[in-house]
Design a protein around this ligand. Structure first.
Ligand SMILES: [Zn+2]
Length: 207
């Protein structure tokens, strides 16, 4: 199957980490970066394509205004780009933990409609509409990124690995500061991307 930079996961996201007890929700950032593979859960834009760390934010699945008690609950947080977080605002959308986004929406990666996104069911249509994932600018950008990906894959393998690979700096979840008060899924750290890298198990690229 052709590698796509815009293929959504086919199954609902299952949490690997379970940090508990931070006083501010921003402190979950390294866990969420690792959890969601260093990209926006909604549009799949990657950290390695961004200029600034601040392009990525922590989004509350159920908004703070709707559920203040879930504000510092890890399972209510996802990793999202600034643009998607802003567009989502306090809307309640199908959660990536409840539905596989790949079953909801699909981005064409070839032909004249490369970059276009299609809803595959009502959840997908809603996500696309509310997050404006089918706007002309994002559609054109996806087409360009797909073209870059194809070109690098064929002509520049080292840069292709950078473009579709992991960031150089991976969070060390054993030594994040501050440490969470507890962790309901401590075994997840062994499956963190840094732990895999140290075991020489990190894939060169990922979808
Ligand atoms: Zn996004």
């Amino acid at each position: 199957m052709t590698v796509s930079p815009f293929r959504y996961p086919s199954t609902p996201h299952q949490r690997r980490h379970g940090p508990i007890g931070y006083s501010a929700y921003q402190q979950f950032r390294p866990w969420l970066r690792d959890e969601f593979c260093f990209r926006c859960v909604y549009c799949l834009r990657r950290e390695v394509w961004a200029f600034q760390d601040s392009d990525f934010e922590l989004d509350h699945d159920v908004a703070k205004s709707l559920a203040p008690d879930l504000c510092r609950e890890y399972t209510n947080l996802v990793y999202a780009c600034h643009n998607c977080n802003k567009r989502k605002s306090n809307k309640r959308l199908p959660s990536p933990s409840e539905v596989g986004y790949g079953a909801c929406m699909e981005v064409s990666i070839s032909g004249s409609n490369a970059g276009e996104i299609q809803g595959l069911n009502d959840d997908g249509l809603r996500l696309i509409d509310e997050l404006s994932l089918d706007g002309p600018k994002i559609t054109a950008a996806r087409k360009t990124y797909i073209g870059i990906t194809r070109s690098l894959e064929q002509h520049d393998q080292p840069l292709y690995m950078v473009w579709m690979g992991f960031p150089d700096e991976l969070p060390d979840l054993c030594n994040v500061s501050p440490q969470p008060k507890s962790n309901s899924l401590p075994q997840g750290i062994e499956q963190s991307w840094l732990a895999r890298k140290l075991r020489d198990e990190l894939p060169a690229i990922y979808e």
